[in-house]
Design a protein around this ligand. Structure first.
Ligand code: ADP
Length: 217
């Protein structure tokens, strides 16, 4: 279990903090507006009304001990930057920040934050990829053109063996596991028979995964 702080509990910050809680972590939520704190108070480990541009206030909250801090202050560029400077001053190493403009991005990269997030752009790319391959429900880039994808197997493939579906592609792709309801089945034998609602987690190059995905849908 890790400990996170999320500063700014608008739509982005509250979604991120609730998901971190669901994943079993400790989350301290901070917002200068009591309305947002009251809304989430009983769903987070701690929820505190504080102004993140005030270094003393952050020090008192002892967030230097957190594994990472997510700064999700919306359009307020000045507050976001002051907050990052304060976090740096109190010794937070992992600082992830939501950026809202090019100028914001440039300043954040100069400040050396760990990760700059552009939710709209990143989501746009994900949605386009999902529309392009509707059967690919999740994917992760592993570098060197290698990807991990989750493919929801079409009901028409129920009862088919995995090796017969992958055919020639089988030599170039790794079947990492099969997700069957709440179970993760691994290792997956070549004669594994698929059931309705199974998901396949495959690893391989983008080209080979692209060629296989339509056969599985
Ligand atoms: P979203 O697009 O994610 O909904 P918002 O701009 O609506 O983003 O939310 C930003 C949140 O950050 C708001 O809840 C706001 O109260 C909070 N916020 C703004 N400035 C500060 C600050 N100085 N300290 C703490 N929280 C702040």
């Amino acid at each position: 279990m890790a400990q996170f702080a999320v500063i700014g509990l608008g739509r982005f910050g509250s979604a991120a903090s609730l998901e971190l809680m669901r994943l079993g972590h400790q989350v301290i939520g901070i917002d200068s507006n009591s309305k947002f704190i009251n809304r989430l108070a009983d769903q987070l480990s701690h929820a505190v009304i504080a102004d993140a541009t005030d270094e003393l206030a952050l020090q008192e909250l002892d967030i230097a001990g957190c594994d990472a801090v997510l700064v999700a202050i919306g359009e307020n560029l000045e507050a976001s930057i002051l907050c990052v400077l304060n976090l740096k001053n109190i010794g937070v190493n992992q600082i992830w920040v939501k950026a809202t403009s090019k100028a914001h991005h440039m300043i954040l990269s100069r400040l050396g934050v760990s990760r700059i997030i552009h939710p709209e752009e990143e989501m746009g790319v994900k949605v386009a990829q999902a529309l392009n391959y509707p059967m690919v429900s999740q994917y992760m880039a592993l570098g060197n053109n290698q990807y991990l994808v989750e493919i929801d197997v079409s009901p028409r493939l129920e009862g088919h063996r995995i090796d017969e579906l992958l055919a020639d592609g089988a030599a170039f792709v790794k079947v990492v596991l099969v997700k069957r309801r709440d179970k993760l089945l691994s290792p997956v034998a070549t004669d594994f028979v698929l059931e309705r609602h199974d998901s396949l987690i495959l690893a391989g190059s983008l080209e080979i995964l692209k060629s296989l995905a339509p056969k599985l849908s």
